[in-house]
Design a protein around this ligand. Structure first.
Ligand code: 1GP
Length: 258
């Protein structure tokens, strides 16, 4: 299987480079008829200018059926790789470059650990997408988020660094190629740097961190703590000019740490 995106993620990690990903919710950037909104074009334009590394496309609850149109529009208009971040097995588009194949390892809901994967396995395989097995760790962000409600699983308490650390270690030893720590979209409290550091220093695979990051300074500190990829969605929806500031903050960190 083609592993272009994953190899690039690992290369960037090994070189001490951090990556910035803009999260796009197809519901928010397409019109009722599926056509791209001017907002989507603005995101693409600003992201290209700011040298954004990846687009993550998806969400815990995608209501419209415009995923394909959204991904195709991005692919037609820029070279930034598109990685699917699906909230359910229906969120697969063969037009994307890669798929975060998420297993909710912080939860104890068998459907989200393996059940939905079994049901969707043939379709996922046929998609031809680059599959990136990802241990998904949801951390309490101070408010019930869509992901915690939909997943019907309790998040890791925000101050229990050792639980997050052991969960990530177990995920890596089970074969996960990425660990994604998420406080949930729109989290009131993003994941602490101490938790990020505790996890990062115990795993070898790239670490993605997102949820409630609204300030470039926080993105910077997360990278210093050991995050390899920073994901921002909500804050950019409120102020698209943050794309540049976040991207610059993330890319300003260049060192191999913890
Ligand atoms: C959510 O990690 C992502 O799954 C991004 O969160 O929308 O709060 O930036 P925000």
């Amino acid at each position: 299987m083609n592993q272009t995106i994953y190899k690039e993620l690992c290369r960037r990690k090994n070189e001490g480079k951090r990556s910035f990903a803009v999260l796009i919710d197809p519901d928010k950037v397409t019109e009722a008829d599926g056509l791209a909104s001017s907002l989507m074009d603005e995101y693409i334009r600003l992201s290209v200018a700011a040298k954004v590394d990846y687009f993550l496309v998806g969400g815990s609850l995608v209501i419209s059926n415009h995923l394909d149109e959204c991904v195709q529009h991005i692919k037609r208009n820029c070279d930034i790789p598109v990685i699917l971040f699906p909230g359910s097995p229906s969120q697969i588009s063969r037009y994307a470059d890669a798929l975060l194949y998420l297993s909710l390892i912080s939860g104890r809901n068998p459907e989200l650990l393996i059940g939905q994967h079994v049901v969707s396995a043939p379709a996922v395989k046929q998609s031809g997408l680059e599959i990136m097995p990802t241990g998904y760790i949801v951390v309490d962000g101070g408010a019930p988020t869509t992901v915690s409600y939909i997943s019907n699983a309790s998040p890791v308490p925000s101050d229990k660094n050792e639980i997050a650390m052991c969960t990530a270690m177990a995920g890596e030893m089970l074969g996960m190629k990425l660990i994604y720590m998420d406080a949930g979209s729109g989290a009131r409290r993003p994941i602490t740097e101490t938790m990020i550091h505790a996890v990062a220093r115990h795993i070898e695979v790239p670490l993605i961190v997102g949820g409630g990051i609204i300030e470039p300074e926080k993105a910077y500190r997360n990278c210093k703590a050991g995050a390899n990829v920073i994901v921002v969605g909500n804050a950019i929806e409120k102020d698209a000019s943050l794309i540049r500031e976040m991207s610059d903050a993330v890319h300003s960190v260049l060192n191999v740490e913890g």
